[in-house]
Design a protein around this ligand. Structure first.
Ligand SMILES: Cc1cc2nc3c(=O)[nH]c(=O)nc-3n(C[C@H](O)[C@H](O)[C@H](O)COP(=O)(O)O)c2cc1C
Length: 319
């Protein structure tokens, strides 16, 4: 069956499936595996040490795949200047940039005059309209069931996606809560022309930077095992519920502010859990979709079974 949509055409990929930026996790191994399997893999730029490290990671991807891949820029986070990362990625012939975490204009301006495809992550209709006005080639719409940073409006994917489809003319990619063929087909029914998955890709063999304890928590956990932290800072984000997030939520109730919270929510604390497996000494982002994750397949197995199950759904619809 053909899987062509405006998203596959725009990105030059076989299946309309994109691996989301995953801070401290999604580098060359995962990105190349997703691109080799027919989706769009991505390197997460802003959790790398330096622009040089980004170039090195992109060179590694290019050795592992000849397929297109993206570079994710979460601007406004990690206290790093993103301009030098964008310039480094351009020097390595970046083909696709995804932009989140702040006003995308600065990155879009830097990409002017290049052929780089610009995908902007949004969590509200007004942001999608703005992204289109600024020159985005597509928007990725993240609903509140997703893992990591979310919009402030608490609107789910099911409600947000069709409304964004109605207000923009560029292609829409659905994100948040998608982990299997049913999610893919639902998103396409809502008018999206592709999906982005984050949490599902962590529980794969090629997500080599994720500690086994993290993957196990995703496989064993249920859809009620996440909480939203950092709401008091105006930056809500969904993480696995554990004793560490209990402490964060307790501190947030006391209105302790960024200074009081910063050591609890730092990248270092994130890495304690996700790289070292210190499950009580840190936090790990995850979406509600973890309730549907039951195995840790290779990316190739994940995508090929997702596509064949989606084709089965299509056949049933045609009967
Ligand atoms: C561990 C983790 C780290 C993430 N880091 C980033 C990031 O650095 N940049 C970004 O744009 N999105 C990031 N996200 C969001 C994902 O790209 C994606 O939008 C989200 O996971 C979709 O929801 P899902 O987890 O239900 O698939 C992260 C998500 C998770 C789970």
């Amino acid at each position: 069956m053909k899987w062509e949509t405006r998203v596959t055409q725009l990105l030059g990929i076989k299946y309309p499936i994109i691996q989301g930026g995953l801070a401290h996790l999604a580098y060359s191994e995962l990105a190349s595996a997703v691109s080799n399997a027919g989706g769009l893999g991505q390197v997460t730029a802003m959790s790398l040490e330096s622009p040089e490290a980004l170039k090195e990671e992109m060179r590694k991807v290019k050795k592992l795949t000849d397929q297109p891949f993206g570079v994710n820029f979460a601007i406004g986070q990690h206290n790093k200047r993103f301009e030098s990362f964008v310039e480094a990625a351009l020097e390595e012939d970046m083909q696709v940039a995804t932009i989140t975490g702040g006003n995308p204009k600065a990155v879009i301006d830097l990409l002017e005059g290049t052929n780089v495809k610009k995908l902007v992550l949004v969590a509200a209709k007004r942001q999608a309209v703005k992204a289109e006005e600024l020159g985005a080639d597509a928007v990725m719409v993240v609903g509140q069931e997703g893992g990591g940073h979310l919009g402030r409006d608490d609107v789910g994917t099911m409600v947000l996606v069709p409304q964004v489809v109605d207000v923009v003319s560029i292609p829409v990619i659905a994100s948040g809560g998608i982990g299997d063929a049913r999610g893919l087909m639902a998103a396409l029914s809502l008018g999206a022309e592709g999906v982005e998955m984050g949490t599902r890709f962590i529980a794969t063999k090629e997500c080599v930077h994720a500690h086994e304890s993290y993957k196990r928590a995703l496989v064993e956990g249920s859809e009620t095992d996440t909480v939203i932290i950092k709401r008091s800072l105006g930056a809500p984000a969904r993480a696995l519920a554990n004793t560490w997030t209990d402490r964060i939520l307790h501190l947030e109730k006391e209105n302790i502010g960024y200074e009081g919270l910063k050591d609890f929510i730092s990248g270092q604390t994130n890495m304690k859990y996700i790289h070292k497996g210190e499950v009580d000494n840190g936090y790990a982002w995850a979406g509600q979709v973890l309730g549907m994750i039951k195995d840790i397949p290779s990316v190739e197995t994940l995508l090929s079974s997702m596509i064949s199950e989606a084709e089965e759904i299509r056949r049933k619809w045609q009967q």
